[in-house]
Design a protein around this ligand. Structure first.
Ligand code: ZN
Ligand code: ZN
Length: 250
């Protein structure tokens, strides 16, 4: 059930989306830029060694930790210089989507589901700088693998986040990793835990590593948890879905 407050926020947010905005063009742009970067970088890789290929899982782990850091320390904290990110995420995305009403209604709502394309460009510039350094000090293949893996992880992030906020889950509820992150992220939209739990959006690796998950189980259990709720911790800040504390009700 959507609260009147959330419904009012949605109406106000939708009213200020530019009439010319197209959610499908927004998404197409992200995947065109990300896909081109991946394709361009992949074309430069020739005869890679096993060590060079190992750059891919290493970057995936780094990107997963970076995603956790950005979400926990920038998107949910009012840090001077990054207030736009905090406003867009904590004050808009989390008002638009709550644990009780986490679904978007139309492609115009993509405005608040997907990051603006310039975030991807900033991310690719950072990854390319890292790739260039690695290319200089070790091998060109390794440097290009950095760009490939970073672009792939970014598109992975956006796709999984969309999977969290789409209403129809008849297929994705059966897809490993996607079902895990969907439960994980919708739980994160519970205002009681959103400031300090379930910060990952791809795979809940860093949440498991840093103890910021709402689950109490091992790494493999975290990754393949799916929709299960029997491992949800019982010591979370407030009972999830329970009645609000007496003081807040007054
Ligand atoms: Zn979300
Ligand atoms: Zn959040």
């Amino acid at each position: 059930m959507m609260s009147p407050r959330q419904a009012a926020f949605r109406a106000a947010y939708r009213a200020q989306i530019a009439p010319a905005y197209s959610g499908l063009i927004h998404v197409a742009l992200i995947y065109l830029i990300g896909g081109s970067a991946l394709w361009y970088a992949a074309r430069h890789i020739h005869g890679a060694s096993l060590a060079e290929v190992a750059v891919v899982p290493a970057v995936m782990i780094l990107a997963n930790t970076f995603e956790w850091f950005l979400h926990a320390k920038i998107m949910h904290r009012p840090v001077p210089g990054f207030m736009g990110i905090y406003n867009r995420h904590t004050l808009a995305h989390h008002q638009f989507f709550t644990e009780d009403a986490p679904y978007h209604d139309s492609t115009r709502d993509y405005r608040i589901v997907f990051f603006p394309p310039y975030a991807l460009i900033a991310f690719l510039v950072m990854a390319s700088a890292g790739g260039a350094v690695l290319g200089q000090i070790w091998s060109a293949n390794a440097g290009w693998f950095v760009v490939c893996a970073a672009a792939g992880m970014y598109m992975n992030y956006e796709f999984f986040h969309w999977c969290c906020h789409v209403r129809d889950d008849r297929i994705i509820r059966h897809v490993p990793f996607v079902n895990t992150i969907r439960r994980h992220h919708i739980a994160h939209h519970n205002t009681a835990i959103m400031m300090n739990k379930n910060m990952n959006l791809t795979y809940p690796f860093a949440d498991w590593l840093f103890g910021t998950s709402d689950l109490n189980r091992g790494l493999l259990g975290h990754l393949f948890n799916g929709y299960q709720t029997r491992f949800v911790r019982t010591d979370l800040s407030k009972p999830r879905g329970g009645p609000p504390p007496a003081m807040a009700a007054e």
